[in-house]
Design a protein around this ligand. Sequence first.
Ligand code: GRF
Length: 194
Amino acid sequence: MGLKNKLKLAIFISGRGSNMLSIMDACNEPNFPAEISVVLSNNPEAAGIISASNAGIASEIVNHKEHDSRESFESEIQRKLKKHDVDLIVLAGFMRILTPEFIEQWPDKIINIHPSLLPEYKGLNTHERAINDGKSEAGCTVHFASAELDSGEIILQRKVPIKNGDTPQTLAARVLEQEHVAYPLAIKLLASSL
Ligand code: GRF
């Protein structure tokens, strides 16, 4: 018997969708306290959209290129979200910045995963920057989204070593393995506190 009253997720993606897949796998466990209501992509060609459809999960595309302002793009996202039952928005490689106005409409209901140990290395090219700085540790952070990029309250982090000879690619792969553990864990944590 599975759990009733599961946390209903909207997963926002832009590309590959490997974090979405790890959450999907977790949601397939009967006792996992969340389920995916919809996967939304701004990119009609995101590989993750095909994976979601193949798994029978509802998906929506809101192509930012078809909107001449962020407001219009985000209104369309809100319209799509209204069609589905959504408790929590999970940003998983969603490559569009959401406006403070959008974030305020979902207070403490939007989470993001970032491939660094925040507050270090906000923004892009996190692995390259950590290697160039001679750091010995990297990792990932699940945090609440806030008006400022990569800056909301931290929910959890997982660390990995940076090894001699690491390239941004080898380090990214090591961190990604931990992302796939961290995101389901963070969602489970939130489900028990919401
Ligand atoms: C991940 O590294 C995530 O931390 C970052 O974007 C990447 C998305 O990868 N925000 P995927 O689409 O989940 O495979």
